[in-house]
Write a protein that binds this ligand. Structure first.
Ligand SMILES: Cc1ncc(COP(=O)(O)O)c(C=O)c1O
Length: 365
């Protein structure tokens, strides 16, 4: 028999948010809004779009396999060395790359129970043990995560803020956490929603600790605020020896030339970032107010999405009902949250459509 490795016997395909076209086709709908994958409602930055069309005339050439310019721009912005920056086809690729490069069956990784699911998958892929630690009020319990570390532990993954809960850990919590970890373990702080969260005063920039000499890995992405999810580009800041090792394992042309060009231009578009944060904060407050009037509980979020508690209904059932109204959200059974849904904050008219459809669902017994 031609069988895959036993480690992946129980793997299910990752369930991405349904696409607009798919839902239109399946349900015969004309208008569908996608609030399922925490993308930027305003789209990509105009500067990135121009850079992308300029890059298109060079499509016949392989990309710069080292993403040299993008690494340089990032290292200058972040105050780290170029050799401390690694680029990936989304931060997702970097998560998997960490697993493939470092994890053995004898190793553990430590994650929270409702953490972004790709960490556990990276561990399972390599046959490592995934130690899952309960959260406290849907927030990472950093003391418990630190306490779960053993001599077998290679990585502790912490998304700050976390997806799908939207909760974040404060600077003092993160500092205390880092202080508790033994040198043998490498913390991976995933800041996919950094640019949204940093408007909060007590939200830490984990690269600050790195610059002060702490061995850790910070992951960030161009998929969220920079609006480039379709191009697949993310980055990590890590100790130079880790970057060198990952560079030996990653596919040589993992970041396309289109993605490199667009990412560099997007970094230069502060106006687009500011506009996005403003929209998200405004819509978050507005949607939250309506949810309150509907007596639906939500979790305060530092990201561009909200976690709603739809109990006693099932999240899957609410998801299906909203789908029939042309609104795609995310059910969260795979995160152990069967009575929640996650909704991305979209444009005002998209959020209105969501709220109207949700009212329709709640008006039925
Ligand atoms: C916390 C977190 N990390 C990483 C990712 C992966 O993002 P990408 O691979 O698009 O960079 C996501 C995407 O939803 C996320 O929410």
């Amino acid at each position: 028999m031609f069988e895959p490795r036993k480690e992946i016997e129980h793997f299910e395909p990752y369930r991405p948010g349904k696409s607009i076209d798919q839902v239109k086709r399946e349900l015969g709908l004309k208008r569908v809004v996608k609030l399922a994958s925490n993308e930027n409602a305003l789209g990509p930055s105009p500067k990135a779009q121009s850079a992308l069309s300029r890059a298109s005339s060079k499509m016949h050439l392989y990309p710069d396999g080292n993403s040299t310019r993008l690494r340089e721009v990032l290292s200058r912005r972040l105050g780290v060395k170029t050799g401390e920056v690694i680029l990936g086809a989304g931060s997702d690729e970097l998560i998997e790359l960490l697993g493939k490069t470092y994890l053995r069956p004898a190793d553990d990784i430590v994650v929270s129970e409702c953490a972004f699911i790709r960490y556990a998958m990276a561990g399972q892929l390599m046959g490592s043990r995934v130690v899952s630690v309960p959260m406290k009020d849907l927030t990472h319990d950093l003391s418990a995560l630190a306490a779960a570390v053993t001599p077998r532990t290679k990585f502790v993954f912490v998304a700050n803020p976390n997806n799908p809960t939207g909760t974040y850990n404060t600077a003092s919590e993160v500092e205390d956490f880092l202080g508790r970890l033994p040198d043998s373990v490498l913390p991976v702080i995933d800041e996919a929603y950094f640019e949204f969260a940093r408007v909060r005063k007590d939200y830490p920039d984990s690269i600050d600790y790195f610059r002060k000499g702490r061995r850790l890995i910070t992951l960030r992405t161009f998929s969220k605020i920079y609006g480039l999810a379709g191009l697949r580009v993310g980055y990590g800041v890590a100790p130079a020896d880790i970057v060198q090792t990952l560079d030996r394992v990653r596919p040589p042309f993992n970041v396309s030339s289109a993605a490199q060009a667009a990412a560099e231009a997007a970094l230069d578009d502060d106006a687009h970032v500011r506009k996005t944060v403003k929209l998200v904060e405004k819509e978050k407050a507005r949607v939250a107010k309506v949810l309150k009037s509907m007596k639906i509980e939500w979790t305060p979020s530092a990201g561009n999405f909200l976690l709603l508690d739809v109990s006693p209904r099932r999240g899957e059932e609410v998801f299906q009902a909203l789908l029939r109204e042309g609104v795609i959200v995310r059910p969260l059974d795979e995160y152990g949250l069967p009575r929640h849904i996650r909704v991305t904050l979209g444009l005002p008219e998209e959020n209105d459509l969501f709220l109207k459809a949700l009212k329709g669902v709640y008006s039925k017994p």
